[in-house]
Design a protein around this ligand. Structure first.
Ligand code: HEC
Length: 114
């Protein structure tokens, strides 16, 4: 009689997990707390910060506002080395969380046009 009980637990888990997954791959709140630890040193990570600590680094709201800055583009940016930016050892889950956070900032870029 163990098998049916296991099966219904599985179905219940799937029923709970599916709607969440449909919403978004990553968790933006986790992404924010992670960004505070690993990106904050160089990037402005929320809309209240007008400028990044490292002036060459785009702010996160600017990133979110960049045309073509999709999940795929951000994944590439975070998995390939580029100038001035260290390589991170992020799990794919952590990466998804940070990307979800960055994309949640769409429409918050208040930087005046230069
Ligand atoms: C040591 C400083 C530093 C840290 C820490 C850092 N960055 Fe950057 N990042 C930069 C600089 C500088 C640039 C601009 C690079 C350039 O223009 O070539 C950049 C560019 C980017 C870009 C744009 C890449 C592109 O192709 O346009 C993304 C996305 C990005 N950073 C995300 C992050 C995230 C997410 C984190 C935290 C996990 C992070 N960065 C941590 C310095 C940093």
């Amino acid at each position: 009689m163990k098998y049916p009980a296991f099966l219904s637990t599985l179905l219940l888990a799937a029923a709970i997990a599916l709607p969440l997954q449909a919403q978004q791959a990553g968790d933006p709140r986790q992404g924010l707390s992670l960004a505070r630890q690993v990106c904050y040193e160089c990037h402005a990570i929320h809309p209240q910060q007008p400028m990044s600590p490292d002036h060459r680094a785009p702010t996160f709201p600017q990133l979110a506002a960049t045309p073509g800055m999709t999940t795929a583009a951000l994944t590439v940016a975070l998995t390939t080395p580029h100038f001035g930016m260290p390589m991170f050892r992020l799990s794919s889950e952590q990466r998804e969380d940070i990307i979800a956070y960055i994309l949640s900032l769409r429409g918050t870029d208040t930087t005046p046009d230069k």
